[in-house]
Design a protein around this ligand. Sequence first.
Ligand code: FE2
Length: 292
Amino acid sequence: MSERCTRRRFLRTSCLSAGALALPGMEWAADAWPAPELPFTFVQICDPQLGMVDYEVDKARFAQAVRQCNALTPDFAVICGDLVNGPREERIADFNRIRQQLKSPCHCVPGNHDVGLPPTPEYLARYRARIGKDYYGIEHKGFTFLMVNTQLWKSDLGQESAAHDAWFEASLKTARAAARPIFVVGHCPLFTERPDEPEGWTSLPRPVRQRLLGLFEGYGVVAMVGGHTHRLVVTDYRGIQIVHGEGTCNNVDGRPLGFRLWTVGSARPYQHQFVALEPQTPAIPERANGPR
Ligand SMILES: [Fe+2]
């Protein structure tokens, strides 16, 4: 009953903003709100990128993020790509060893440093064999989380990109039919400043972006979370929250290292707060100041 109420509330608000895809026969019932399974929390970790700054320091910082995440006891964690700085076997092994120390479920997506820019068949195969699926969905307390491989949007890889697109649209339709609000979890932002900005290193090609934004709006995406920017990017597209967070290994905007804790309740926009790594050290040894 409570989950049904959550869905009814979502459908009412979503249908108002995306009337073209409103489902017939759905209407608001003001009963038993908020649903008792809300709020829930999840953690957004970005760009551990082991090997980007200093290998031992990058590992220590990611491990510190994991320890602090465990102390917060979120429902789950998402790691928004660039897990390692180039998918060498030893780096993937260290990443897996540290992430396995997370006490909550952990859901990863690939970044450009995991699968290549453009992705290569070799790196995609390695990711799928050593990390897991590069795109998939989970359901959690009335919400759908779609973990996407933004690198298959950033570059057109023919059948690989087509299969990803088909899965994504089918997943949106399934979530919509079940009246589940949708979070998209990826790596590369669709845009960073404005929806019509030119494609750049940190954004998707404009035609791809416009198609995706139309799908987001039409099917009830409520937020996209990602990484890649190494700086905090908080923006919005017609009420859809877009947050690309601080990294655990390096930021270019002077922000401290850390991650974000989201609280998903009955009201939008959903709240998210920065959790700084404590301490911000270990410092980078002068002798090893550079990628390994
Ligand atoms: Fe990246």
